[in-house]
Write a protein that binds this ligand. Structure first.
Ligand code: ADP
Ligand code: MG
Length: 280
């Protein structure tokens, strides 16, 4: 289960079977105050993601995908159950936030800072808060490596509004990687991009994943994108979101231009589409 040696490639056969992200019987209810109307967003979520795995979560709008990601990030606390990263409760005192990289749907680059300065921003914020005593030179060099990793060579001094949406999302990805997190949490990161840019960034993301050996939890409502990228796809029901399927994507890696034309790719996307046809 841990190896990515399916098919013609032999990439990363060293990864362990260690569980990196775990949800145990998680429930999330919004509006628990008696004066509010409560909404149960997620119910009975049991999900284990192995180190190095690429897992996508799909489901209809409003089913709790973002809630799930925010629970993994420790931005929200579960109403019931527990969420752990590398065995540590994400809401507990021993959780190391920097183990996580977050990427949201809309690029969050600050318009008045250059690409370089945007990528460095998380380090500067923590440093100015006195939370860390980092060697800024180390991080300045790391920014240069990240610019190369995400394909932004030559744009380090550009401002976000000089870049396309796809390039701005590259900046966000580089920013999320500044602390070399072992886990990347991505909430529909390419949802607002045109189809061609999305395909290009999907390829780039797989390359980065391959080079950096991260565990990725990826939210999308695009079923083709989920099949193209993932080792596994978790399907959520309509609200309250429950896991209704967990599909292993047994397509060979590396995935490439030919992946989408494989018979198996078409079968898997059809299987996924079937879930949403049967749900009202
Ligand atoms: P998705 O990302 O799958 O579209 P969300 O996780 O954003 O779904 O939301 C799941 C459900 O919880 C939705 O019905 C949404 O309206 C509700 N919800 C999300 N955030 C809040 C909140 N802060 N307060 C109350 N309800 C919320
Ligand atoms: Mg969402």
């Amino acid at each position: 289960m841990s190896s990515k040696t399916t098919g013609e490639s032999t990439v990363k056969d060293e990864s362990s079977d260690e569980t990196m992200i775990s949800f145990t019987d998680v429930e999330k209810v919004y509006g628990t105050d008696p004066t509010e109307e409560s909404v149960t967003a997620l119910q009975g979520i049991d999900l284990d993601i192995t180190q190095g795995e690429f897992v996508s979560v799909v489901g209809p709008s409003g089913c709790g995908k973002t809630t799930l990601l925010h629970l993994a990030a420790g931005i929200l606390e579960p109403t019931d159950g527990s969420v752990k990263i590398a065995g540590v409760d994400v809401n507990g005192p021993h959780h190391e936030r920097r183990e996580l990289g977050l990427v949201f749907q809309h690029p969050v680059a600050l318009q008045w800072r250059t690409v370089r300065k945007n990528i460095l921003l998380p380090v500067q914020i923590l440093k100015e808060n006195g939370a860390i005593q980092e060697d800024m030179n180390f991080y300045r060099e790391r920014v240069e490596d990240l610019i190369e990793l995400v394909g932004l060579e030559g744009f380090g001094d550009a401002y976000p509004n000089e870049l396309s949406g796809g390039m701005q999302q590259r900046v966000t990805i580089a920013q999320s990687l500044i602390y070399q997190p072992s886990v990347l949490l991505m909430d529909e990161p390419f949802g607002s991009l045109d189809a061609m840019t999305k395909d290009e960034l999907n390829m780039e993301l797989l390359r980065i994943w391959n080079e950096t050996e991260k565990t990725i939890l990826f939210i999308t409502h695009d079923l083709d994108e989920a099949v193209f990228l993932s080792d596994r796809i978790v399907v959520l029901s309509t609200r309250p979101g429950r896991i209704v399927d967990d599909i292993e994507i047994d397509l060979p890696r590396p995935r490439n231009e030919d992946t989408r034309s494989r018979e198996r790719f078409v079968e898997l996307t059809a299987e996924l589409h079937g879930h949403f046809m049967s749900q009202k």
